[in-house]
Design a protein around this ligand. Structure first.
Ligand SMILES: Cc1cc2nc3c(=O)[nH]c(=O)nc-3n(C[C@H](O)[C@H](O)[C@H](O)COP(=O)(O)O)c2cc1C
Length: 225
């Protein structure tokens, strides 16, 4: 596929056919994704490849508490899991919130589930001393994760970055034997999409750009020379 077509049509895929994703194709996907950048080229990303049904069933259990809170907050109009705004949702309200099938079924049904980890001992977190949630460490793993999804799209497969399970990271690490110094960045179900979306809802360039200064106005579309 053309690169721009891949970039513009790599949607979040949560419904999969029964088609397998053979190890040979998975190897091709990872063999291309590994060219992602990382801070200092330290390449601290590791991928646990899960196909086993019992492991997936446990992954679903681990995913549910984070997802339950996410959807309880979403129901009342909060930004779920906000690092800025405290939640007003009670534990009792969370406890009675159902977890949608769209959260659990991809983990059960995708051809394979990739658990993306990053070695925190290899990451330069330039924002670690700031009085806000860290974002820089993620930049050493998410380019790899996104490359996996781009490569999967190119091979006719798809999936989604999911993060609900990370709320229970200790259980996740125990399940998969992930060493202490690693953080889990995402759980990515991958398989053959039931349907392929090709028109994604995204902000225009003018909505997300500021020329020279935050007050500087947007970059408008211009005819290229
Ligand atoms: C950091 C991050 C976390 C996400 N977590 C989840 C998740 O836990 N579960 C899920 O179903 N989708 C998750 N998504 C997928 C987003 O919901 C999806 O990318 C977005 O809604 C755009 O969907 P579209 O590409 O189909 O338009 C996540 C995406 C990102 C980038």
């Amino acid at each position: 596929m053309d690169l721009y077509d891949v970039m513009r049509t790599t949607a979040a895929v949560r419904e999969f056919t029964d088609d397998p994703l053979p190890d040979s194709v998975l190897h091709t996907i990872l063999d291309n994704a590994r060219f992602a950048p990382s801070g200092g080229n330290r390449q601290g990303t590791r991928v646990v490849i899960v196909r086993d049904a019992a492991t997936r069933a446990r992954l679903v259990e681990i995913t549910e508490p984070g997802a339950r809170r996410y959807h309880a907050q979403k129901r009342v109009g909060e930004t779920p899991w906000s690092a800025l705004v405290p939640s007003r949702v009670t534990d009792e309200e969370v406890a009675v919130t159902p977890v949608p099938a769209a959260v659990t079924e991809p983990i059960r049904k995708a051809a394979v589930v990739l658990v993306m980890c990053v070695d925190l001992s290899a990451v330069a977190a330039l924002d670690k001393d700031l009085d806000r949630v860290g974002v820089v460490a993620g930049a050493s793993v998410y380019p790899f994760v996104w490359n996996v999804l781009l490569a999967a799209r190119n091979e006719g497969f798809g999936g989604t970055i999911t993060t609900m399970a990370v709320a229970q990271e200790p259980a996740l690490k125990e399940l998969l034997g992930i060493p202490d110094q690693y953080a889990v960045a995402a759980v990515v179900p991958l398989g053959k999409p039931v349907k392929q979306l090709t028109r994604l809802g995204r902000a225009e360039v003018a909505e997300l750009t500021h020329l020279e200064h935050w007050e500087g106005g947007p970059l408008q579309e211009l005819r290229r020379a």
